[in-house]
Ligand binder design. Structure first.
Ligand SMILES: [Zn+2]
Ligand SMILES: [Zn+2]
Length: 166
């Protein structure tokens, strides 16, 4: 199997490089959308990004924010995170990570891979499989909700890993 290795080389290209590589420009709007994602890494939806960007760019429209998010996603600068039938959320963390969807407060947490581990070290993929992208999601409770819940239910009963490979 083959997987794109995100760990090779730390001199990673900047978001501007990615945009330019596609023959596009980092417009003020695209940058504002990207900065909103970097400023508060809580996996906001497009509407939430719109509300944040609007405070700095009152004239920006929701349609423009959708377009910017799509362009940034296409260029590989951010990732769209999909869960069930909820609206897509957006994540600027390009390191390999899974997401924990909290059933208590609805938050989405990044779960990093342990250092020096690659997905193929963990998942028993057949040799002849070629993986382009993989997504792992956990459903459970974030630390805050788990602490609040600990008095009522025994821990670790609600964690169910879910894997989705494309
Ligand atoms: Zn929570
Ligand atoms: Zn994330």
């Amino acid at each position: 199997m083959k997987l794109r290795d995100n760990h090779s080389g730390d001199a990673s290209p900047t978001p501007d490089d990615h945009i330019h590589g596609r023959g596009l420009r980092m417009t003020d709007q695209r940058r504002a959308v990207y900065d909103a994602l970097m400023g508060q890494r809580d996996h906001p939806t497009a509407v939430e990004v719109f509300m944040r960007v609007k405070t700095k760019m009152p004239n920006i429209s929701l349609a423009t924010v959708y377009n910017c998010l799509e362009t940034l996603t296409d260029c590989g600068i951010i990732k769209a995170v999909n869960h069930d039938r909820e609206p897509s959320r957006y994540c600027p963390n390009l390191a390999e990570h899974a997401h924990l969807f909290c059933q208590g407060c609805g938050s989405v947490m990044d779960i990093p891979l342990r250092s020096n581990r690659r997905p193929q070290d963990i998942w028993d993929l057949p040799e002849d499989v070629s993986v382009v992208q993989h997504e792992v999601s956990f459903r459970g409770l974030c630390p805050k909700c788990a602490t609040a819940d600990a008095a009522d239910t025994p821990p670790d009963t609600q964690k169910a890993p879910r894997t989705r490979s494309k």
